[in-house]
Design a protein around this ligand. Structure first.
Ligand SMILES: *Cc1c(COP(=O)(O)O)cnc(C)c1O
Length: 493
C-alpha cells in the first residue's frame, strides 16, 4: 500500500502576520462624501485603541486561504476513517444538523414560556419516550450535558434513594476495565471506590464481586459493552448479586452504539443508565462539546429525577417543577437543546429497524477488523467483540516497536490513529472502533495499512521508528502544548 496523505498535516502554514504586505487591504469603501473628522472628535478617548503595531495587512483571499488551510490541520471524519474506540466518533448525517438549524428551533428562547414552546417541548417529550423504549427503562431526564454529567446525576439519585431508605451507604464497585469518568463521578458524590478485577474473559469476576458486595455498597457501575469492547456475559448474575444486598446496578451506556434494538438494559435488571447522545445519536463531539447525557431510570429511581421534567397532559406539553423528592436542577434550563434535536432527527430518520441495523453493522465492522488483524497483532481476549476491538503491540515489542510507533506510521497512510494505551489492563493497547458508517473498501484500506505496518515492524523497524514521514512535523512533545501553551503573539518576537 502506498502512503497516501489526505490529512492537512502536510500543509506548511505560517502565521497570518507573515503574509502581511504594507498597504494591502481586504475591503474597499466608497469615497467619503462628508467632511473628514478626526476620530477623537467622534469617540471618547477610552474607546480608542492604541495603534495596532504590525497588524497583518492582507487581502480577502489571503484571509480565506489562511483560515481554510488552518481548518485542514484538523483531521475530520469527513476526510477519512476515524477509528477512536470507546467513543463512537462516528459520521453524523448532515440532515440532523439541518434540523437543529431550523429557525423556529434555533431561535426559540427558554424563557418564552410553555404556551409558545409546544413544538420544542413535544420534541423533548418524544425523544425521552424513544430513549426509554431503546433502553427498556421507565423515565428519563435529558438535562445532563455529557456522559460524565449523567453519571453524576445517576449517582446523586442513587444516593438520595438510599438516604430515604435510611442509609446512603459508603461504596461503589467499579471494574478495572471501566471508563475513567466512572470512579470520578462516584467519588464526587461522596462514595469510595472498590475496584473489581476482570476475569480471563475480560468480564466481571463473579467470585470477586460476591466477596466485595456488602450492605454498605450503594451500587455497581458497569460499562456495557465494556472498554474492551466485550459484552458482560454474566450480567444477569451480576444483577442478582448486587440486588440481593440492596444495591443498584448503574450501567454506563455510552457504548449504546453496539446495542440498539438488540439489548434492553431495563430487562436485564439495570436500574439506571446514561446515554451519550453525542456519541450514538448524531452530534459531532471532536471539539469537546456541546453534548447531552440523558439518564434513564426504572420506576424506583424515577421520583428522584432532576427538575423540571417535560410532561404531557392530553395534547398539551408543560414543564413540571413540583417533584418533591427530585435531586433538583443539574443544568441551566433543560440541557443542550440543539443536541436533543439532532438525536430526535436521527432517531426519526433511522427508525427502529435502521437503529438496529446501525448497531449490527457497527459490530460486524469491528469484528471484520479484529478477524483480519488478530494473526498479526496480539488479541488478549480472543472472543467476538462488540463495537470495538482491543489489540496490542505484544508481537512487535520483540522488535522494539511499540504501539506509539505504529500509530505514528498509520498517519502516513492517511488514517487518524485509534485510541492507544487504554484500557490500562491491556499493556500497549490499540483500541479500534470503526462504527457502522465505514464501507468494506475503507475497512480494507485500513486493514492493509496495518498489515503493512506489521511487515515493516519485522523488516524495516527503523522506518517505523521515524514515522510519520509525510507530515510537516514528526514526533511532537506529547505534553508540551498543554503544559506551556503559547497564547499571545508578540510582534517583536
Ligand atoms: C465517553 C464515555 C464516557 C464519558 O462521556 P463524556 O460525554 O465524555 O463525559 C463515559 N463512559 C464511557 C464508556 C465513554 O465511552
Amino acid at each position: 500500500m502506498k502512503p497516501l496523505s489526505n490529512t492537512g498535516l502536510v500543509i506548511d502554514e505560517g502565521l497570518i502576520f507573515e503574509r502581511s504586505i504594507k498597504g494591502r487591504k481586504g475591503y474597499s469603501l466608497p469615497e467619503l462624501d462628508v467632511p473628514e473628522k478626526d476620530i477623537t472628535e467622534i469617540l471618547p478617548k477610552e474607546s480608542i485603541r492604541d495603534e495596532l503595531r504590525k497588524f497583518p495587512e492582507v487581502s480577502e483571499v489571503d484571509v480565506v486561504r489562511h483560515y481554510t488551510r488552518l481548518s485542514q490541520l484538523n483531521f475530520a471524519v469527513d476526510m477519512n476513517l476515524y477509528p477512536l474506540g470507546s467513543c463512537t466518533m462516528k459520521y453524523n448525517p448532515k440532515i440532523n444538523e439541518d434540523a437543529a438549524r431550523i429557525n423556529g428551533f434555533a431561535r426559540c428562547h427558554p424563557f418564552q414560556g410553555a404556551e409558545i414552546s409546544q413544538g420544542a417541548l413535544q420534541i423533548m417529550y418524544e425523544l425521552g419516550r424513544y430513549l426509554c423504549i431503546i433502553t427498556g427503562l421507565e423515565d428519563i431526564t435529558l438535562q445532563p450535558a455529557a456522559g460524565a454529567h449523567g453519571e453524576f446525576t445517576g449517582m446523586k439519585m442513587i444516593h438520595k434513594c438510599l438516604e430515604k431508605r435510611g442509609n446512603p451507604r459508603k461504596f461503589i464497585i467499579i471494574p478495572d476495565s471501566a471508563h475513567g469518568t466512572n470512579p470520578a463521578s462516584a467519588s464526587l458524590c461522596g462514595y469510595q471506590i472498590l475496584q473489581l478485577k476482570s476475569d480471563e474473559r475480560g468480564c466481571v469476576d463473579l467470585k470477586a464481586l460476591s466477596d466485595l458486595m456488602t450492605d454498605e455498597v450503594a451500587a455497581i457501575m458497569l460499562t456495557i459493552p465494556n472498554t474492551l469492547g466485550l459484552f458482560e456475559e454474566s450480567i444477569l448474575e451480576v444483577v442478582k448479586i448486587v440486588h440481593s444486598k440492596g444495591g443498584f446496578v448503574y450501567m454506563d451506556g455510552a457504548n449504546l452504539n453496539a446495542l440498539m434494538g438488540k439489548v434492553l438494559p431495563g430487562s436485564m435488571g439495570v436500574d439506571v443508565l446514561h446515554i451519550n447522545l453525542h456519541k450514538t445519536f448524531s452530534t459531532p463531539h471532536g471539539g469537546g462539546g456541546p453534548g447531552a447525557g440523558p439518564v434513564a431510570v426504572n420506576q424506583e429511581l424515577a421520583p428522584y429525577l432532576p427538575v423540571p421534567k417535560v410532561k404531557k397532559d392530553k395534547d398539551r406539553y408543560d414543564l413540571d417543577f413540583l417533584i418533591p423528592d427530585s435531586i433538583g436542577k443539574i443544568h441551566s434550563f433543560y440541557g443542550n437543546f440543539g443536541v436533543l434535536l439532532k438525536a430526535y432527527s436521527y432517531i426519526r430518520t433511522m427508525g427502529a429497524i435502521g437503529l438496529k441495523k446501525a448497531s449490527e453493522t457497527a459490530v460486524v465492522n469491528a469484528n471484520y477488523i479484529q478477524a483480519s488483524l488478530k494473526e498479526r497483532f496480539h488479541l488478549t481476549y480472543d472472543r467476538f467483540c462488540k463495537h470495538e476491538s482491543v489489540l496490542s503491540d505484544k508481537f512487535q515489542k520483540e522488535n522494539h516497536i511499540t504501539t506509539m510507533d505504529m500509530v505514528k506510521r498509520l498517519i502516513d497512510f492517511g488514517f487518524h490513529p485509534p485510541v492507544v494505551y487504554f484500557p490500562l489492563i491491556v499493556p500497549g493497547a490499540i483500541m479500534i472502533e470503526p462504527t457502522e458508517s465505514e464501507s468494506k473498501q475503507t475497512l480494507d484500506d485500513f486493514i492493509s495499512a496495518w498489515l503493512q505496518i506489521a511487515d515493516e515492524a519485522e523488516n524495516q523497524p527503523e522506518l517505523i521508528k521515524k514515522a510519520p514521514h509525510v507530515t510537516k512535523h514528526r514526533r511532537l512533545d506529547e505534553t508540551f502544548a498543554a503544559r506551556k501553551p503559547k497564547l499571545v503573539w508578540s510582534p517583536d518576537k
